[in-house]
Design a protein around this ligand. Structure first.
Ligand SMILES: Cc1ncc(C[n+]2csc(CCOP(=O)(O)OP(=O)(O)O)c2C)c(N)n1
Length: 338
């Protein structure tokens, strides 16, 4: 496992900052009653999430969960699409039907989330199975599917079924578990009974690794290694990151039930990434300030653009399911089948 290079570190840093600014901005719009829905943020989870996004590449599949703004932007989601979705604009990827996190762009490999609780593993596994049947997973450098989930979600029955199948089929599948200590307001001791969630990997016959989710440098290396192993034909991978959700479950929740001792045990990965970047010469203090300024400007421009766009008109919008041609582009037809 080699150390991540400077370019990747910078991409991770920028995605983390952009996600934090976006999350804060959506919360501000919610507080100003400018959004109809709720806001779900990934504060505290940016290092782990961005690590996945920067290691994925076009042709891969990413199934983000509700706290993966950083992974989304690192994988190419545009801030204006975030603003459009939260503002329920028809120009957004969900065409105004969803108002927060169940968004994606299938043609770009970002699967719109069905549910928080394990539903996306089977969808991602299905995409990989289709590609396998078409003979597209051959060689030592294939596409991968990365699925993000929380600690609570890992105990859903759907997760068991999907992990069993990806193991049997040896699919290039990476499960990214963000153990943020909380499943809504339920703590780990009431969520699972094993010593560590990564212990479960062995039961499925897949490789499992734990990482400190507050350490951006380690996240980049460990997640990168897991994705690389999946690409190289080593089969499914599981990475479990320990971190803390730095906020409520959603904007309706003040997280007042999280004890101060627990908060004291976890650092904000945005502080850690700045320290590490400066210590390792990834960027200078001036360049770090510039990244924050650029991200703020990017988010401001995105929100202004989305707010200037017309509202969805339920009488005129075509809210039918995605067309077959869209899906065909997503699952490329095997050359022999053309
Ligand atoms: C089938 C189903 N049951 C219940 C819920 C309500 N619910 C939403 S998120 C959540 C907890 C998720 O906890 P976790 O997987 O740890 O993710 P986190 O929110 O901590 O990121 C629950 C119970 C749901 N969305 N779907």
């Amino acid at each position: 496992m080699s150390l991540p290079d400077t370019a990747l570190r910078l991409r991770q840093l920028r995605a983390m900052v952009l996600a934090r600014v976006l999350d804060e901005r959506m919360l501000a719009l919610y507080s100003a009653a400018l959004l109809n829905g709720n806001v779900f943020t990934g504060k505290g989870q940016e290092a782990f999430s961005a690590a996945a996004g920067v290691h994925l590449r076009p042709g891969d599949v990413f199934a983000p969960c509700i706290r993966d703004q950083a992974g989304r932007v690192a994988f190419g989601e545009k801030p204006v699409d975030v603003a459009r979705t939260y503002l329920a604009k028809p120009t957004g990827p969900m065409r105004g039907r969803d108002a927060n996190v169940h968004r994606g762009r299938i043609v770009d490999g970002i699967l719109p989330m069905i549910s928080h609780l394990g539903a996306m593993l089977a969808v991602a596994a299905g995409v990989l199975m289709a590609r396998k049947v078409r003979g597209e997973l051959v060689g030592a450098d294939t596409c991968v599917a990365a699925v993000a989930i929380g600690d609570g979600g890992t105990s859903a029955g759907a997760v068991h079924e999907a992990l069993n199948v990806v193991s049997i089929e040896q699919l290039p599948f990476v499960l990214l578990v963000a153990n943020n200590q909380l499943s809504y307001s339920t703590f780990n001791d009431r969520t699972y009974g094993c010593a560590h969630l990564v212990d479960r990997a062995q039961a499925y016959g897949i490789r499992g690794v734990a990482v400190d989710g507050t350490d951006p440098r380690d996240c980049l290396a460990v997640v990168g290694d897991a994705i690389w192993r999946a690409r190289s034909g080593e089969g499914p991978q599981m990475v479990v990151a320990s971190l803390l959700r730095l906020g409520g479950h959603g904007s309706h929740d003040d997280a007042s039930y999280v004890p101060a001792e627990m908060k004291a045990r976890y650092r904000d990965c945005l502080e850690v990434v700045a320290e590490q970047a400066l210590a390792d010469g990834v960027c200078s203090p001036v360049e770090l300030d510039q990244i924050w300024d650029e991200c703020r400007q990017q988010v401001q421009a995105a929100v202004e653009e989305a707010r200037s766009e017309p509202e969805a008109d339920p009488g005129r919008e075509d809210w039918s399911a995605r067309s077959v041609s869209d899906l065909t582009r997503f699952l490329p037809v095997h050359p022999e089948a053309r």
